[in-house]
Design a binder for this molecule. Structure first.
Ligand code: SF4
Ligand code: SF4
Length: 190
């Protein structure tokens, strides 16, 4: 449907343009002064000095979840790598010593330069071993290879940065529920 917008005809003052030009300049000046004198009232965020608040549900950089003893929850099933449309997850498996699981993960790298942050890997994981709730959206490197995040980096996160009701995070080493989880699971820290 075509919508026609009728323009109000200009009066003779507007047709002089000089007053309209000053009106435009006044608007610009008002905004410039607000930026100088009442910076905090601006609707913009002075990034990167102040980072915008990012929701936990936002698909940010990945992290590998940990068991209470600090080992990765990942059972090296490869479902995340299979689901990944960008083929940017590289993993290697080895037989697990723990009789409850078949395999353990030896290498788990994500190339964040290739990743399209679709979240399919997180959806595919059967054991909630991979999450994208770090709120980390800004990482800058000079070399391409530095964008490949290795397993030890994916595992280095602090339970303090995650909510108390996130039991999975709080059961990890350093978390508020770690001691109870170790006792309940009959695990010992090496
Ligand atoms: S977020 Fe998407 S593209 Fe990135 S690693 Fe996961 S599945 Fe692959
Ligand atoms: S889907 Fe989950 S358990 Fe399987 S390899 Fe990926 S992160 Fe590990």
């Amino acid at each position: 449907m075509v919508r026609q917008i009728k323009q109000k005809p200009m009066n003779w003052i507007e047709r002089l343009y000089i007053f309209e030009a000053f009106r435009g300049l006044w608007t610009t000046l008002k905004h410039a002064l607000r930026g100088l004198l009442r910076y905090e009232t601006l609707p913009t965020v002075p990034y990167p000095e102040i980072k915008p608040e990012i929701s936990r549900t936002y698909r940010a950089k990945h992290r590998l979840m940990l068991r209470p003893d600090g080992t990765p929850r990942c059972v090296a099933c490869g479902m995340c790598a299979t689901a990944c449309p960008a083929h940017c997850i590289f993993l290697e498996a080895a037989p697990a010593e723990d009789g409850r699981i078949e395999k353990r993960v030896l290498r788990f790298d994500i190339d964040h330069l290739v990743c399209v942050f679709c979240g399919l890997c997180v959806e595919a994981c059967p054991v909630d071993a991979l999450r994208m709730d770090t709120c980390d959206t800004s990482y800058v490197f000079r070399k391409r290879e530095d964008f490949v995040t290795p397993m030890y980096q994916l595992m280095s996160w602090d339970p303090k940065d995650y909510p108390q009701d996130d039991l999975q995070s709080q059961m990890a080493p350093g978390g508020t529920k770690n001691k109870q989880a170790l006792d309940a699971w009959g695990l010992k820290v090496n």
